[in-house]
Design a protein around this ligand. Structure first.
Ligand SMILES: [Fe+2]
Length: 299
């Protein structure tokens, strides 16, 4: 899933031009649910039904349970007010509409206050697998089921607070990698196998299969410092997925001070997306076949 034009930048960074800046300082807009067209609801249905078939046995139990409990179905784009009514009771979160990507500080401020900014628009029928900015399918289908989980709810709020701090310290690129490899592209080891909890995977049909079944990517035990050093791919499947053993690991991350880790990471060299280190907890050593073929093809 393509999120930003330049390599290894924060995916929620400002992409929209200043002319698209909404009137409200927090960049929220009305969802204007009544104004979605039948064609837009039909795009939602296509995407929803495709993922509904793929996710059982691939997404983690918490994702499936969150989806089952939410007012999200195939027939129409969900109404953010209805989502928020339930979410606020479960974990204190709300979903607010934004035009697309928003500036980092605005994004972090929302998360720190348990508001999830969701793209109001939906991709066009010819863009089902290609996305420059997160739309309502990525943001709602991908992210909101996990926001029903108390550990993820606290973790993402802490990320918002940590993001504001990381900006001041000049280490936002390091923190963004943690978000990328957990909230967006995280895998979880359940007793019955590797499962998806990252929204970037759960909202992508091809990566849903690739991330858990293909022999090409590495799957490596999540370790904070390792992840902070690792660049990521914004324009294609990940070369490496980082795997946690339990969602409570993220809760523990939300409670620790990252400052000493930032200091160590600043001294260390960045790692490329496909690198594997002797010190890694390797779960699957990937063949690298998929990305090697792409590179050989000059893409
Ligand atoms: Fe996302």
């Amino acid at each position: 899933m393509l999120q930003q034009p330049s390599k290894d930048t924060v995916k929620h960074g400002l992409a929209a031009g200043a002319e698209q800046r909404p009137e409200r300082p927090d960049w929220t807009i009305e969802q204007a649910w009544d104004r979605y067209t039948p064609q837009e609801h039909a795009v939602w249905r296509t995407l929803f039904e495709r993922q509904r078939k793929l996710l059982p046995g691939r997404a983690c139990d918490e994702f499936i349970r969150g989806m089952d409990d939410l007012p999200i179905g195939a027939d129409e784009i969900p109404n953010f007010e209805a989502l928020s009514d339930l979410l606020i009771k479960r974990t204190g979160w709300q979903v607010v509409a934004v035009p697309g990507l928003v500036p980092d500080d605005v994004f972090f401020e929302h998360l720190a206050n348990r508001r999830f900014p969701a793209g109001q628009f939906i991709r066009k029928p010819h863009e089902l697998d290609y996305l420059e900015e997160p739309d309502v399918f990525h943001d709602v289908f991908g992210h909101v089921p996990m926001l029903m989980n108390p550990a993820i709810a606290d973790y993402i709020q802490a990320y918002g607070e940590g993001g504001l701090r990381a900006q001041r310290l000049g280490v936002l690129d390091k923190l963004a990698r943690v978000y990328w490899y957990t909230v967006e592209f995280g895998l979880l080891r359940q007793p019955d196998g590797l499962r998806i909890y990252g929204a970037g995977i759960a909202s992508s049909a091809a990566e849903t299969v690739f991330s858990v079944e293909d022999d090409s990517p590495n799957r490596i035990r999540f370790e904070l410092e390792r992840v902070m050093r690792t660049r990521y791919r914004i324009d294609d499947f990940q070369e490496t997925y980082f795997v946690i053993g339990h969602l409570d690991e993220l809760l523990r991350l939300a409670q620790i001070d990252f400052a000493p880790t930032y200091e160590r990471v600043r001294q260390a060299a960045d790692l490329e997306p496909g690198d594997v280190l002797d010190t890694d907890g390797v779960i699957t050593r990937g063949t690298g076949r998929y990305h090697a073929a792409k590179r050989a093809g000059g893409r």
